[in-house]
Write a protein that binds this ligand. Sequence first.
Ligand SMILES: [Zn+2]
Length: 109
Amino acid sequence: MSLKDKQVTFLKNFALLIIWANENGYEVTAGELFRTDEQHAINIKKGLTKAVRSKHQDRLAGDLNLFIKGVYQTSREPYKPLAVKWKSLHPDNVAGYDWGWDANHFEMK
Ligand SMILES: [Zn+2]
């Protein structure tokens, strides 16, 4: 699969996740989607990431801000249903929830 084809599949599934969330009583707002190489270099310099390269730089990752009953969720556990749904959409989908520290992150490997 070409990078472009993966990007198309990722974005379609990201849209399906957002629609699923809305249909199941969650509210989500957009977090980071595409990250430039320049921004990633700044993030490394500031110690915000240790990843040499992020899937955000390849347009294969997106972050969502989750709200339940209007309250922004800052802990990991509320994101679990979204992680489960995300992984059901494609065998290459990876949920940051499973890493234990990046629950609002959804990517395709
Ligand atoms: Zn992310």
